[in-house]
Design a protein around this ligand. Structure first.
Ligand SMILES: [Zn+2]
Length: 185
């Protein structure tokens, strides 16, 4: 952080404020403490019969890899609204959110994924601005080696495991660490 977003002062201090336990960027001019917290990524598994909707990314990172429709939550929206908005943006698709499918922490890059089960409401989907193509996949057709993110892999793997046991509503919690060579399940 190079300057204070509150007053524009340029010499920020990185110190532990009184009563706190971690160092923060503190503005010596206006005394604002700038907290930097994890970002929430919201997404969903859009289900149509025995298939789910995936998007091929047209943007970095992971250009050309497949992902569930997901993205950064915006201020002023709920997590469900974020999941619906991301699905509209990336796949021009309409969904109804059913429930939470997984919560996935990635502490070394300060991200938390929240992935919902959702019902795809019609088949009028198409590639949005951030997608090269979108499509419906059965379990055996999922491009497992071409998935964009560990959280997507985690969600899909558990989705199909749970579906086999008839537990579409179960919630999985997981994490991924920098030192992990494989996806942590
Ligand atoms: Zn300031």
């Amino acid at each position: 952080m190079n300057f204070c977003s509150h007053c524009g002062f340029k010499d920020m201090e990185f110190i532990i404020p009184d009563g706190d336990s971690l160092p923060r960027y503190v503005c010596p001019n206006c005394k604002t403490i700038h907290y930097i917290n994890p970002k929430i990524i919201v997404g969903s598994i859009p289900i149509w019969e025995d298939k789910i909707l995936l998007c091929k990314r047209a943007i970095e990172p992971r250009y050309g890899k497949w992902t569930l429709p997901c993205g950064y939550m915006e201020n002023g929206e709920t997590v469900e609204q974020g999941a619906i908005r991301e699905t509209e943006e990336e796949a021009n698709a309409r969904i109804e959110v059913i429930g939470i499918q997984s919560i996935y922490s990635i502490p070394h890059i300060n991200q938390v994924y929240m992935v919902f089960h959702s019902k795809l409401l019609d088949l009028n989907f198409s590639a949005g601005e951030e997608s090269l193509e979108v499509g419906l996949f059965r379990e055996e057709d999922i491009p497992w080696k071409e998935l964009a993110f560990s959280a997507v892999h985690f969600s899909l793997k558990h989705f199909f495991q749970d579906r086999k046991q008839g537990q579409i509503q179960s919630t999985r919690i997981g994490f991924f660490q920098m030192s992990d060579r494989k996806h942590n399940h």
